[in-house]
Ligand binder design. Structure first.
Ligand code: FMN
Length: 409
C-alpha cells in the first residue's frame, strides 16, 4: 500500500508534442494502483490515439464533446466528484492560461473549475511560449489558486529551440504527486505553534528582546493549515497580518508565553516552537525609569523556564519541534539541543544579518535534524521553507504514531 493506492486520477491531455508521454504516465499511475480516467482536448487528438490510452487506462477515454463521452448532463460535476487528483500532462500554454483565468469552455476546464482538491499540471511548450508575459502572469495566478506546477525542465525542444518548457519526465511527475499527496497526513492533526520574540521589561519604558520578526512561525502556521492541520498560534509582539482561520493569541513576556503554552498544549498532537523566547529575565523590575545620569547600571537576570523542554518532558505523546538559530557550529549545537531537550525534530539555521537570512528576513536557509536523518533546505523564501519543514514533520509524525501504535499492540 502506498500513498496513491486506490486514488481516482483524472488525467487531462492537451495538444502538445509531448502528449505521447501521457501513455507512460497512465501506465505508471496504474502500477501505483490508481483508477485512471483520461480526458483529451480536441487538439491533443492530433498527437496520441484514444485507443492507446483506453487500453492502458482500462477505461473509456472522455473527449471534449461530452455527448460522445458520457450520458450524464452533469458529467463535469460527476467527474469532479469522482476524482481525488487531477493531473494535466502535458499542459499547453493555452490550457495554462485558461486555467489561470478560470475559463470553463470545455469538459476538462469545466471539471477543473468544479474540482475542490489538488490539481497538478506538467507544462510543455516552446521556451518563448513559456517565457511569454501572459503565460508567466498565469503562473502567478495558478500558484495563488494552489494549483501545483510540476516542471517544466530546461533543454532542447522538437522545434530546435533550447530553454525552459520541456515537460518533466513521467517518473518525476508521479514522484512529485506522491510527495505532495503525503501532506494530507496532517488532516485532523492539531498543531500549536509559537512565533516571534518575547519582551522582558526592565523598567516602565525599556525591555530586553531580540531580532525575531515572527515571519517563520507565521509561515509555519500557513503551511500547516494548507496541509490540512488545525492550527493555533501564540505570538510575541510582531507586525504581521494574522493567518486566516488560525486562532492567534498574543503575549509579551516569556512568563506569559510559558503560561499560554502550558494552558493549551495538552490539546495538541504537535508543538512547534519557532518563537525566540528570552532565555533570561530581569530579577528585579524597576517600577520607576532608570535615570540617564547613572553611568553604569547593573541589572541582574535569571534563567527563565525552557518551555520546549518542559513540554517535551511532560507530554511524551506530543511531537515536539524546536528551532535553533546558531552563530557557529550549526550541526553540533543543533544536534546537542535535539537530544538535551528530548525533541522529535529540530530546525537549525545560521543567524547572520550580513547574509540577509534568518532574523527579520523573508529568506532563510535551514537544516532539519531528526532521529531518522537530516535534510538541508537551500536558501528560499520562508513561506517555501515552511512548506518543506511541515512536509518533513508530517512524515516523521506519521512514523512516530505508527511506532507508538505497534508498541501498544
Ligand atoms: C505540431 C504542434 C506542436 C505543438 N506543441 C505544443 C506544445 O508543446 N505546447 C503548447 O503549449 N502548444 C503546442 N502547440 C499548440 C497547441 O496545440 C494549440 O495552442 C492548441 O490550441 C492547444 O489546445 P488545447 O490547450 O485545448 O489542447 C502545438 C501545435 C502544433 C501544431
Amino acid at each position: 500500500m502506498d500513498i496513491l493506492t486506490d486514488k481516482n486520477v483524472l488525467l487531462g491531455i492537451t495538444g502538445s508534442i509531448a502528449a505521447y508521454k501521457a501513455a507512460d504516465i497512465v501506465s505508471r499511475l496504474k502500477k501505483e494502483g490508481c483508477n485512471v480516467k483520461v480526458i483529451m482536448t480536441k487538439s491533443s487528438e492530433l498527437f496520441i490515439t484514444e485507443t492507446t490510452l483506453e487500453a492502458l487506462s482500462n477505461n473509456k477515454v472522455l473527449s471534449e464533446d461530452t455527448s460522445n463521452s458520457t450520458k450524464s448532463n452533469f458529467a463535469h460535476l460527476d467527474l469532479a466528484k469522482w476524482a481525488d487528483i487531477i493531473l494535466i500532462a502535458p499542459c499547453t500554454a493555452n490550457f495554462m492560461n485558461k486555467l489561470g483565468n478560470g475559463h470553463g469552455d470545455g469538459l476538462l476546464s469545466t471539471i477543473c473549475l468544479a474540482f475542490t482538491k489538488t490539481i497538478f499540471i506538467a507544462p510543455a511548450m516552446n521556451p518563448d511560449m513559456w517565457n511569454n508575459k501572459v503565460t508567466q502572469a498565469s503562473i502567478d495566478k495558478l500558484n495563488a489558486a494552489e494549483i501545483k506546477i510540476i516542471g517544466p525542465n530546461y533543454g532542447s525542444h522538437a522545434c530546435g529551440d533550447i530553454g525552459y518548457g520541456r515537460m518533466s519526465n513521467p517518473e518525476k511527475i508521479i514522484e512529485r504527486i506522491k510527495e505532495k499527496s503525503k501532506i494530507t497526513n496532517l488532516s485532523g492533526c492539531r498543531i500549536l505553534i509559537t512565533a516571534g520574540p518575547t519582551r522582558e521589561p526592565i523598567d516602565p519604558v525599556r525591555f530586553l528582546s531580540n531580532y525575531s520578526s515572527g515571519k517563520m512561525g507565521f509561515a509555519m502556521a500557513v503551511a500547516a493549515k494548507s496541509m490540512g492541520a488545525s492550527v493555533e498560534l501564540i505570538s510575541g509582539p510582531v507586525a504581521i497580518e494574522s493567518v486566516k482561520d488560525v486562532k492567534t493569541s498574543y503575549i509579551e513576556t516569556s512568563s506569559e508565553m510559558l503560561n499560554a503554552v502550558m494552558s493549551r498544549v495538552q490539546d495538541f498532537d504537535i508543538f512547534i516552537s519557532t518563537a525566540a523566547i528570552a532565555d533570561y529575565k530581569p530579577i528585579n523590575y524597576s517600577t520607576s525609569k532608570h535615570k540617564k545620569n547613572e553611568n553604569n547600571i547593573n541589572i541582574e537576570f535569571t534563567r527563565g523556564t525552557d518551555i520546549l523542554k518542559t513540554v517535551s518532558e511532560k507530554y511524551k505523546n506530543i511531537f515536539t519541534v524546536g528551532f535553533a538559530a546558531e552563530t557557529d557550529s550549526l550541526q553540533k549545537n543543533t544536534i546537542e539541543k535535539l537530544h538535551k531537550k528530548n525533541l522529535d525534530m529540530i530546525v537549525g539555521n545560521i543567524a547572520n544579518h550580513e547574509l540577509g537570512l534568518g532574523f527579520e528576513s523573508d529568506y532563510n536557509k535551514v537544516t532539519i535534524f531528526s532521529h531518522n536523518g537530516t535534510k538541508e533546505i537551500d536558501e528560499d523564501k520562508k513561506t517555501n521553507i515552511a512548506l518543506n519543514i511541515v512536509d518533513f514533520i508530517a512524515e516523521e509524525y506519521s512514523r512516530k504514531i505508527k511506532i507508538v501504535k505497534s508498541d501498544a499492540k
